[in-house]
Design a protein around this ligand. Structure first.
Ligand code: DGI
Ligand code: FE
Ligand code: FE
Length: 191
């Protein structure tokens, strides 16, 4: 399918807000990718589809996850919203015939991150938080950091997300911790 066909399909599938967000994440991901050697088609397709399962209810997310062996951690049973990445990757493969593992992986991990993020994973993860409609108090600082260094941007984001989760006494997914730890291991290795 060509880009416009995916866009038309998503427009029919998602709420109008979610559709607008998906388009914005696609544009932001493409502009982030400009300075990197990464396949443009994988960037726009993964970014466009990243929230494919986001409009599903908690009970549907849990049901699909149970039926298809997508539960990897107890936290997901209490925070089913965290499953919209894994379930989205599953549905993109099953219903949209997306076969590219790199694209599926970027969709799968776009909410938590993980310990071994590819450039594509990082671009989709960051574009999700950087798109123009995002209004976190730290979003402008994040834009500046990402323009210079994606890994520094990622580290900054994990600090913000984890502080928020601590502050609101919310469960923390182990992958979010592993993703942050990995960035510190890398930095220590460079010394
Ligand atoms: O789907 P979007 O709203 O566009 O964005 P997203 O997929 O990044 O989901 C954002 C939410 O995920 C945000 O409220 C923070 C939350 N989140 C990220 N890591 C964790 C987490 N929530 C919990 N409970 N635990 C985590 O480790
Ligand atoms: Fe999402
Ligand atoms: Fe999103």
């Amino acid at each position: 399918m060509e880009k416009q066909a995916y866009i038309n399909m998503l427009k029919a599938k998602l709420s109008s807000e979610r559709f607008a967000h998906s388009l914005a994440v696609m544009e932001t991901a493409l502009s982030l990718a400009e300075n990197y050697a990464v396949d443009q088609k994988k960037v726009w397709l993964a970014a466009l589809l990243h929230d494919y399962a986001k409009d599903l209810s908690d009970s549907v997310l849990l049901k699909l996850a149970r039926e298809n062996n997508l539960l990897s951690c107890q936290v997901e049973k209490y925070q089913p919203n965290l499953l919209h990445g894994p379930v989205g990757a599953f549905l993109c493969k099953r219903d949209l015939q997306i076969k590219d593992q790199e694209i599926l992986q970027a969709i799968y991990y776009h909410t938590t991150g993980h310990q071994d993020m590819t450039l594509l994973d990082k671009i989709v993860f960051l574009a999700d938080l950087l798109e123009p409609e995002r209004s976190y108090p730290w979003v402008d600082e994040l834009r500046q950091i990402c323009a210079a260094n994606l890994d520094k941007g990622l580290f900054f984001v994990f600090e913000q997300i984890l502080q928020y989760l601590l502050h609101t006494k919310t469960l923390i997914h182990p992958l979010t911790i592993k993703a942050r730890n990995q960035l510190i291991y890398q930095r220590l290795d460079m010394k």
